[in-house]
Ligand binder design. Sequence first.
Ligand SMILES: [Mg+2]
Length: 424
Amino acid sequence: MNSLVQFKNNIVPNPKAVVLFIDMNSFFASCEQQENPMLRGKPIGVCGNHSNGVIIAPSIEAKLYGVKTGMRMPEARMLCPHIISVEPKSAIYRKFHIGIMNVLRSYSDDVIPKSIDEAVVNLTSYKLVYPDMDKLANQIKKDIKEKVGDWLQCSIGIAPNTFLAKLATDMQKPNGLVHINAQNIDEVLRKIELTDLPGIAERSASKLRRAGIKTPYEMRHTSPQVLKKIMGGVIGYYWHYRLNFAEVDFYSNGYKSMSAVRTLSQQQRNNPKELQDIFLSLCMKLETRMVKHHFFCKTIGFTCSYQNHTGWDTHINMTRPLQDGTDIYKFLSQKIMDAERERNFTLFTPELRTIGVLVNHFITDKNIQYELFDNNIKRDFLRKTVYDIKDKFGSAKIIKAVEMREKDIVRDIIGFGSVKDMYN
Ligand SMILES: [Mg+2]
């Protein structure tokens, strides 16, 4: 897959490419309504922490009252007194996500899920198969209703690249279908604000305004060099290309960080040996993911929470990039032991509720300066070879000793919004 990654993103503009972006509307809330017909047509709020917590997903009906994601339930009740609070059930969101991906994959074998409720479908090589993309988009909506759930709605955007297709889905919600193409792009970009572009926050917008660029339309017609200067780096180039039909986002890995978290059972909490095993297996899990995506991390972190809702975390900025799970484990363990000694406390107690490991500041394995840490070349290469063989012959054939323990222990928790690792 990595060789494909190199080719799919391309800064050469291709206004004739066709990319379809699909965004499920109020996904978690709609899934709840799909599962429980009593909730259909009613304002509901999927709400993490019982009935007074933060709403992670209001239903389409609740949004009409002004209820927004991130609002606290009591605040939402002032706007919509009869709002129903529903606890999140990630298993059903995953089930519907997989159903939707199966629908999309029946139309193109080039489908990338971007999050649990978004996906991008490359249709460039299917133009002869689907001469009418509107018809295809409507067929996809119909299939989702018939094969996955009749309460599920989506907004579809069609454009020559992933970025513009996503922008198109944002323009009509719910149940939208919007095209952006060479004919209408200037008209579209004239009508919206800089901050309407996904990825442009107020800070970048004010930099652009100070430089005299007031709309996305003007941004599109500014040279890559000038945008680079204004935005302070190569991201300026990418903005020019995005708005001019080059594909720079299709295969973005989307990872800013990766984490593996485990909620502990009563029995695990009371067994220090098992806690260490789980900790190590979380590190190995992240190693597997980093190898799969061909990157190393420069920051590693550990986080835990206790029954009484307190928590503790730490992180280490590494001088050399890491990928090896046992290295991550070793460095974090050392840091934890130092902290325990310094502050005279014990981290792994029976009060522990969750432990998690995270890695970020990624660099791709191609950019690693091997001469900086020569003696690791062999080990990195060996690890890569082990995983390549696993890819070819299946994981069962070669399992590193530590992973043997991991197998029974770790069941990965998929965070909301993140689906990238469901496909391991
Ligand atoms: Mg959505």
